[in-house]
Design a protein. Structure first.
Length: 424
């Protein structure tokens, strides 16, 4: 893939703010996944064509108290992962050149595996910071850093469902070794509340640090909050992120959205979860936004009817859509909102209404028709509190009759009413 980014920025040099600078950045990327060998190979090259290209973080650095900042000119990335008999190995390499004639090179090697649901890994990294403009007589040494880390994750499913205890050790070249122990997991029926508690220790500072955080993925927004501390400061953070979609049927709030999204429309079906979308339920009107969709691919959007309210019936529960990039596509589901009843229908002569007769609503014309089964029984959904039904079993006026019904003031706990009505 190839893409180009254009920037307009005003940077600060000392106390002077520059005029608007315009720059461009070109990026080329190649990726290959070889499933037969379990190999994933990615090469990404970044080139900044002009000195006046500044990313947002570059601009913010010029306004900070730190007078030194690295302005990237070009960057090349290489990553390779390979599945082996026991686990997988990975290799990462990147090189960055800066406009001040310095560069950074980093190499990383890792091994990861899972044994009886216990995940563990070991990683090594080497980073070199060098100055390309040094003279041969310059005694300034290039700086380098080496780090090794070990991580372990153990599930506590037998004691605390969806909970893990983690351990991480990181040792750097300067002699500092940090140990971090954590407990994290998810909660609620849809696993849309994630939480984490961590405590750390630094051998160099001989000090502890810790943090507590939680994130809730809801129908209308994502909410997060946390508290952290170390030897130097205390920090409290909280936030709300979400999206707003304006469409021809109104306005729908959602979790943060990507550029390609799907609007779910199930009129009247409130609180119905969307399968495989954490925390995404239909709102009070029956609308929801699937915030991330794959462009030019088949996206299956299905609704979970497991805990659906008794007065809601979904005529269909799954849709497959192929959106273009940047599109908002609809997944519309037919719904039937109202009471459910098994109605036994008899004629004036007390004989059952004929088998195969159709039953349709006169007070709710958009409701779909039902058919009469054995012994005059008809399964009806989407009924109003009271109304009139038309029953037909032939083309003439003698082959039809009408039923007036009323749902009892105390509806059945099962959600299904048993009614005996006479068709006149």
């Amino acid at each position: 893939s190839l893409d180009v980014t254009n920037s307009w920025s005003k940077i600060k040099a000392g106390d002077v703010v520059s005029d608007t600078l315009t720059g461009q950045s070109w990026r080329i990327r190649y990726s290959k996944d070889i499933q037969s060998t379990g190999t994933n190979f990615t090469v990404a090259g970044y080139r900044y064509s002009t000195k006046d290209y500044y990313a947002l973080e570059d601009v913010l650095d010029t306004y900070s108290d730190n007078s030194h900042y690295d302005h990237v000119r070009n960057r090349t990335d290489l990553s390779l992962s390979q599945d082996i008999i026991y686990g997988s190995i990975s290799l990462t390499l990147y090189n960055e050149d800066y406009w001040n004639d310095t560069h950074t090179t980093s190499l990383g090697i890792g091994y990861n595996n899972t044994w009886h649901n216990v995940s563990y890994g070991i990683n090594y990294s080497y980073t070199l910071n060098a100055d390309n403009s040094q003279d041969e007589d310059d005694d300034t040494e290039d700086s380098n850093d080496q780090q090794i880390s070990i991580n372990i994750s153990i599930p506590l499913e037998a004691f605390m469902p969806s909970t893990y205890v983690t351990y991480n050790m990181n040792s750097a070249k300067d002699g500092d070794t940090t140990h971090t122990v954590g407990l994290n997991g998810t909660a609620l029926a849809q696993k849309n509340l994630s939480w984490s508690v961590q405590e750390g220790y630094s051998s160099q500072e001989k000090a502890t640090s810790g943090n507590v955080s939680a994130t809730y993925n809801g129908t209308y927004a994502d909410i997060n909050g946390g508290y952290s501390y170390d030897n130097h400061m205390r920090r409290l953070n909280y936030g709300v992120q979400g999206g707003v979609l304006l469409h021809r049927n109104g306005l729908t709030l959602s979790q943060p959205m990507d550029d390609t999204i799907i609007l779910v429309k199930a009129p009247g079906a409130a609180g119905v979860p969307v399968n495989n979308e954490t925390g995404v339920d239909t709102d009070f009107r029956g609308y929801a936004v699937v915030p991330y969709a794959s462009p030019y691919h088949r996206n299956e959007v299905s609704l979970d009817t497991t805990g659906i309210r008794k007065n809601i019936e979904l005529i269909e529960t799954s849709k497959t859509l192929v959106p273009t990039r940047g599109a908002v596509v609809r997944a519309e589901y037919k719904t039937n909102i109202g009471y459910k009843a098994l109605m036994v229908l008899t004629r004036i002569n007390n004989l059952p209404v004929p088998f195969g007769a159709t039953v349709s609503s006169l007070t709710k014309p958009d409701n779909h028709s039902s058919f009469v089964g054995d012994a005059g029984q008809a399964w009806l959904t989407g009924l109003e509190k009271q109304g009139r039904l038309l029953v037909k079993w032939g083309p003439t006026a003698a082959d039809r009759c009408q039923v007036s019904y009323r749902i009892p003031s105390s509806p059945s706990a099962s959600g299904v009413e048993i009614l005996h009505e006479q068709c006149q």
